[in-house]
Design a protein around this ligand. Sequence first.
Ligand code: HEC
Length: 354
Amino acid sequence: MKRGFVILGGILLAFSIALFGFRYFGTHKFNGYILPEPVKAPETMLRSVNGPVRISDFKGKIVLLYFGYTYCPDVCPTSLANIKLAMGELTPEEAAQVQVIFVSVDPARDTPETLSRYVRMFRDDFIGATGTREEIDWMVNTFGAKYTIEPPDENGNYNVSHSAFTMVLDRDGYYVMNWEHGTPSTNMSADLRYLIAHDILISAQILAGATYTPVVCAVTLVPAHVQSGQWLYEHHCAQCHGLDMAGNPQYQVELADGSRLAPPLNGQGDAWTYPQTELLTIIKEGRNLDKPIHMPAFKSKLADWEIEFILSYVQTTWDVNQLNYQHGFMTLTPQATLATATPLAPLVTSTPSP
Ligand code: HEC
């Protein structure tokens, strides 16, 4: 008998260590700034010494993008040297999954040939590319970066101030994160290693948004649950929340005694702004029970699984963003147009070249 307890205790302990360990080691704190809303790379066609270059050519790889210029006296070489170090800290197999692209914002002086020579001083597999002024501006603006060509000196030499962060694009060509200038190579390689193994799952969620492929990424609504849920809803909830889940039209008006009429549950009201667990609690425990009009407690009438079935039914009327939000995924605002990231790091002005 006692032995049974010891074994059971051992199993429980091992299980909790495994769970804790997973939670502890399963998370990675990125060393860069993660964009709240990833930005899809534009289809701009740039030119390199080996022909045209588009971000989408590297689908399946993580792309590190850097805007600079070869006359850049200090900022670009430091950044590229750091990226080279970070790439060196990866195994060759990992490094093969990352493509570094240096885009010149100074096409007047940087040709594909000079760019190629320049980036190869750092690493053989770096790509240097540029385009027309319009193409570059389009790309820079889409990514929320910046650059300014400074006035020339008496010899016609000029500097270019530019955003000095390194942009990280995921395997689907979404700009998801950036490292500010001066991020240590070990921090970059740690992030890269994690990205190679796990990705930032944001692009999958964005793809689930209204303007893209409508896939539910967080929740699967089981048809059998939905069907039972509908029956349960009609018998336990519909009399107050409406057969169509639209609630009472006056639900937003707080009554004199502080109570509220039943709100919609069809995703149009605010029920979906609670996480799933909290929603379950509201339904089990009720709300404002001391008020004449209130949400009754269902814990003695319905089993948890029955409430979950009801929620499955209710959720068939919700859009994917609400479902994702509810299940602890990021909130997304469906967008008709692609978002432009807000500029993040301040412009770094290079010291004048000799
Ligand atoms: C007797 C009427 C009544 C019944 C039956 C009823 N509710 Fe409610 N429900 C309310 C009222 C009233 C509120 C608003 C309470 C408040 O905010 O104080 C409410 C609130 C809620 C909320 C919180 C929504 C929000 O946005 O704050 C949820 C979720 C909910 N009800 C789900 C259900 C479900 C599921 C059922 C069926 C199992 C159900 N209710 C049955 C009256 C009812």
